[in-house]
Design a protein around this ligand. Sequence first.
Ligand code: CO
Length: 472
Amino acid sequence: MRKAFEIGFGESSAELVIDKIPVQGKLPSWLEGSLIRNGPGTFNVGKQSYRHWFDGLAMLHKFSFKNGLVSYANKFLRCKAYDEARKTGRISYSEFATDPCYGIFDRIKEVFSPRITDSAKVNVAHIYNKFVALGEPSMQIEFDPETLESLGVFLYDGKPNQHITTVHPHFDQVKNEIINLTVRFGRVSSYRFMRVNNSETRDLLAKHPVKEPAYQHSFGMSPNYFILTEYPFVVNPLKVLFKAKPFIENYVWKPERGTRIFIFDRNTGKLIKQEITDAFFAFHHINAFEVDNELFFDIAAYPDPGIIESFYLDKIKSEENKLPGGEIRRYRINLNNRESVDYSRLSDEGIELPRFDYDELNMSKDYRFIYAVGISSKSKNSFYDQIVKSDIQSGLSKTWFADGCWPGEPVFVKKPSASKEDDGVILSVVLDENKGNSFLLVLDAESFSEIARAEIPQPVLFGYHGNFYGTN
Ligand code: CO
């Protein structure tokens, strides 16, 4: 097996606090704040192993920048799934694609008291005065951004066990709103757009009943609309509630349904438009905006949900197939006409984990650059091995690739005095297969050339999302 996969999908590392890690190159003096990242901290519990990249026990990582120096800390998220795994040496809670080994009596018990993971490992968010680790089951975990200590459960929407949420809430700076999409399973299932008003109260802004809910990892939001993209990858809710199989394996691909696009008015909550287009699947909406009577949304699309299959660890490790890349598509919907939806392709690069300058250009038509991971055309790798910058206006791309290096999600940090969209840096945690550890890579976002790297003494397992929080 390739060493990178043995390390990056392997065992946990130590929990460290290091004041100063060695830096090669020169960090920009304006870079001050912390990159906080989330992801699996281990794929093994005792003698048992998780099966899929989206399983595992959450670990937070923090790289802090001040005066040209970098500190590092990492910590497992303390939650029931973690505590029980440590106590019993067994996988005790259901993850995305791994269930605990059940006996018949366990399975009956499970129906009445489901043990769905609270190991929120997919993203982090700053929600009012709280920092929260985000996972798809609704139990989010608050943590202290200084110490990375876990502080307890944070819920978007009432009952903890009957729904999932996306790990990509939207932040509307103009309206000062934080919004997320939740999916409730029940006798009548529903999609629900929730506004998080503060730590305690929520408002239900829009609700749509659904017989067979689709898997939802993100949603689109423009100044006036919510965009719910319902891929035909759907589930009978009873199967989720009664846990016939691990969570994602209950979903069925029904391409004949097509992908349905629901547009809700953000002010009234009303469903104003519903379109059907050819079947596709996506994890990530990227950006959305309006021009006159047209609504546009960009999305990293796949022809089908085969990408989820490709993330089973045995598939990645056996290097059976090259990972499919998401196609950056721009969908256009005419808000006045009936049945008018089409899309154009914005880049030739296959990508995933797309980011852009969200703080300034979310919901704006003027954005031009998408940063993402991809698979190099030089390699036939079964996992992401390069960073891509796609100029969606020209269709041209820049890439960063280094043999034996496996970069994670690129996070853009803008220079405070920036006059151009890409005046800033890209931060990415890279697993170095040759040295057996990880480093934080700092790229000039404009030229995409390396300006610095800061090494830690151990590897960071392959993770998902993170954010940079400036000190100002
Ligand atoms: Co995501």
